[in-house]
Ligand binder design. Structure first.
Ligand code: NA7
Length: 556
């Protein structure tokens, strides 16, 4: 279908315009959603807070920012042409290169003409009488669409976590959050820098800042396992082979557990003789990357199996870090990979530098930020720059920042009781919110998979669904309460059969003060999930209510 399906409703006086679909965010999700729907002939408008495409990769420009998915899998695969036209330079792509890639896609597919930059969606309310979504923008205008689709991701600039530490407003130095980094270059040369947080962002930034700063003080709450990325330039032969194998690589990504090709261990770590297991872990450590997590089938489900790899990784920290006291502070105790696993380049080695101090916040918590720096219960540290590598209010946070209201004015936040009762159907939609879709929403594989694969899966499913609704004269689609209840229970059962829920992390909501705990991610695997959602579609959208010929009042 190539003809433009045109707008369904008359434009009200105070409305700028009206679309078939409105999408929030011009990151991986929004760009592909726009392309997919536009190619099918629907009118689409994307609203983006930033002044350019890229989503999280537009904002997260901190030193050392890099993706921990291998570049050759961290891209769209929906178009063979697009896949073959782009060439990555290194095994793990740095932020600037990912941003260049997304700009390349936007140009190549001529997407910018339907994206409004520097614009935030403040509110999106479902108008039952007219069966459309009314959307308020930060510039005071109101637009509307039949379908409202969020592509805000699970970690968003709108939901950065800057902990409420007393005194920040009096700090005389400069402070930054890794997820909302300034666009101009920050020169750390000769400066006293403090970094709070040792998640992926902190672990990437710390070694780079340490090389420049006069002195770096790391404020660590939870010691971290990290695995060497062993990043390296990609050679031409490898790239050509990858491009030749496009179809096979794509198939494997789609059918895999995590969205990457490669085998997962088929037997228990505990069945393996200890010497053999050690050599398997050594090989994975030498190869670098996240594959160590998949060496045995029960690493994420059995405490004793997980301890074998956690012990191995602790032994590596002992080997690398020279000072026994610092080594002790760096020793993680949680089950490996139950926080999102982290890759590094010279992270532990950085603590051997003379210009780096590690402060254990469990032993000496932060008391306040002072005009000159930061004071813990034990000492005051004078700082010129303070970097918050303190992560995000993840998964639900970006959605709750927008006033999204479905039928009867019920807000998403109220429905999900501030996150205590997240309920979705397939992580794609939620009852009471007709014609509303969430790309990589709660209770989908999202952040525990290779995210572009999860995004493509959702965009294609939503695109096909909207086409189906159009072709069948369906006016509204809405998840049934009983279907979402069953899906939420299933997600919880799958999560509870793993070790993930045993650790405090941003995945469980534990990183945000007063945030209710949960585990709103489907961890049955990308391949399994694809089968489930495709089957739902094949059965005419089983579990959804589809309403045809609804009496929709048009504007006067
Ligand atoms: P993360 O992974 O949430 O890491 C945040 C870090 O900041 C982590 O070490 C936290 O310790 C620490 N933190 C958070 N709040 C505080 C306070 N109040 N005081 C001290 N330390 C604190 O965020 P990232 O940006 O590194 O990574 C986010 C994702 O991006 C990552 O998972 C990948 O998907 C890419 P905690 O562990 O909570 O004790």
């Amino acid at each position: 279908m190539k003809s433009n399906q045109q707008q369904f409703y008359k434009i009200e006086k105070n409305q700028v315009t009206n679309f078939d679909a409105i999408v929030i965010g011009a990151g991986f999700s929004g760009l592909y959603m726009l392309h997919r729907l536009r190619e099918a002939g629907f009118s689409v408008r994307v609203y983006e807070k930033g002044n350019g495409v890229g989503g999280a990769w537009y904002w997260s420009r901190y030193p050392g920012a890099r993706c921990d998915s291998e570049s050759i899998y961290y891209n769209y695969t929906f178009s063979e042409e697009l896949y073959k036209e782009w060439t990555w330079s290194s095994r793990y792509p740095e932020q600037a290169e990912i941003l260049r890639y997304l700009n390349f896609v936007a140009d190549r597919l001529d997407l910018r003409r339907d994206i409004q930059f520097n614009t935030e969606i403040k509110a999106a309310h479902y108008d039952e009488t007219h069966n459309l979504w009314r959307i308020d923008l930060n510039d005071g205008t109101c637009v509307s669409a039949k379908y409202f689709i969020t592509g805000v991701g699970c970690l968003s600039v709108n939901a950065t976590n800057v902990p409420a530490i007393k005194g920040l407003d009096r700090f005389e130095g400069k402070w930054y959050h890794t997820g909302a980094w300034p666009h101009e270059k920050i020169d750390f040369k000769g400066k006293r820098v403090g970094v709070i947080g040792t998640g992926s962002s902190g672990v990437q930034a710390i070694p780079v800042i340490a090389q420049k700063a006069e002195h770096l003080t790391v404020f660590q709450r939870t010691p971290q396992y990290t695995i060497p990325a062993r990043n390296r330039p990609l050679d031409l032969e490898f790239i050509e082979k990858t491009k030749e194998n496009y179809s096979e690589i794509r198939r494997q990504m789609h059918e895999s557990f995590g969205g990457f090709p490669g085998n997962r261990g088929d037997h228990s770590a505990l069945e393996e003789p200890p010497e053999k297991r050690q050599s398997v872990y050594e090989a994975a450590w030498e190869a670098g990357g996240l594959a160590i997590r998949s060496t045995y089938k029960d690493i994420m489900t059995n405490e004793t199996a997980n301890n074998t790899v956690s012990d191995f990784l602790r032994s590596k920290i002992r080997e690398i870090v020279q000072d026994p006291e610092v080594r002790g502070k760096l020793m993680p105790t949680y089950f490996f990979a139950t926080k999102r696993p982290v890759l590094d380049t010279n992270y532990f080695e950085t603590y051997n530098r003379k210009n780096v101090t590690l402060v254990d916040l469990r032993k000496s918590p932060i008391e306040e930020i002072t005009p000159k720096g930061l004071r813990t219960t034990e000492a005051e540290y004078e700082l010129d720059f303070l970097v918050f590598a303190t992560g995000y209010d993840g998964v639900t946070g970006p959605l709750f920042k927008i006033d999204i209201r479905g039928k009867d004015g019920l807000s998403l936040k109220e429905k999900w009781e501030d996150g205590a009762q997240v309920k979705t159907y397939l992580g794609l939609s939620t009852a009471g919110f007709p014609n509303f879709f969430i790309i990589t929403g709660p209770e989908s594989p999202s952040v525990l998979s290779n995210v572009p694969v999860a995004i493509e899966q959702h965009v294609e499913w939503i695109g096909d669904c909207i086409q189906y609704l159009h072709d069948h004269g369906v006016e509204t689609i809405e998840a049934k309460a009983e279907a979402e209840e069953a899906w939420s229970i299933h997600c919880k059962e799958v999560a509870d059969s793993t070790l993930y829920t045993k650790t405090d992390s941003w995945l469980t909501g534990a990183n945000i003060a007063d945030k209710p705990r949960g585990f709103p991610i489907y961890i049955g695997g990308i391949g399994q999930y694809r089968q489930i959602i495709d089957e739902v579609a094949a059965k005419g959208y089983e579990g959804f209510s589809l309403v045809t010929h609804q009496k929709t009042k048009s504007y006067q």
